[in-house]
Design a protein around this ligand. Structure first.
Ligand SMILES: Cc1cc2nc3c(=O)[nH]c(=O)nc-3n(C[C@H](O)[C@H](O)[C@H](O)COP(=O)(O)O)c2cc1C
Length: 170
């Protein structure tokens, strides 16, 4: 199976998640950071995972554009979708708004992974807004089992859309 992992990450959490996902996939896996590249041609891939992070309520614009411009190809392929954000409870509609309805309905797996605020990477204004406690914020905790569950749903031939809300931290 040839898999494209397509992501954007502001401070590195989504990138870490993508790397963990890549480790659990067999076959040819290619990672594309939309911040570095033009949109990859996904016609060479049978499966696509798309992940971004939420800032001020929205996923990255490039992720939204990528989904929109490639919708036809995406709907003909196996798709997994996730977001990384702080508000990962069922009440949050950030995942719902991040991806088009038709793509969510088509996806084999979806997840909301709980992100983190990395104090050292926040600029002065962000520190004022979020006022994070320095000690608590500098570690990115990755929940391996949540990622495993996402990958396993993605690979499951019989899967219908999975429940998206999986906390990243255990
Ligand atoms: C400026 C800023 C705005 C953010 N806005 C939101 C938000 O609206 N909702 C949310 O759930 N998390 C929000 N977060 C938390 C990020 O989603 C979280 O830090 C995530 O781990 C970022 O992942 P990344 O490093 O891959 O970009 C925000 C973080 C920052 C720094």
């Amino acid at each position: 199976m040839k898999v494209a992992l397509i992501y954007m990450s502001r401070h590195g959490t989504t990138e870490k998640i993508i790397k963990h996902i890549a480790e659990q996939l067999t076959g040819e896996v290619q990672i594309f950071n939309l911040a570095d590249e033009t949109f990859p041609d996904i016609r060479n891939f049978g499966s696509i995972i798309i992940g971004g992070s939420i800032h001020y309520g929205s996923i990255q614009r490039e992720i939204r554009q990528f989904c929109k411009r490639n919708m036809h190809e995406l709907l003909e392929r196996r798709v997994g979708l996730f977001v990384c954000c702080l508000l990962s409870t069922r009440d949050s509609d950030q995942f719902e708004r991040a991806f088009p309805l038709v793509l969510k309905a088509h996806s084999k797996a979806s997840a909301v992974f709980e992100g983190d605020l990395i104090y050292n990477k926040l600029n002065a204004i962000e520190r004022l807004i979020f006022n994070p406690s320095k000690e608590e914020q500098d570690v990115i905790a990755i929940n391996e089992s949540a990622i495993k569950a996402f990958v396993s749903a993605f690979l499951n031939e019989n899967a219908v859309a999975s429940t998206p809300y999986i906390p990243l931290k255990s």
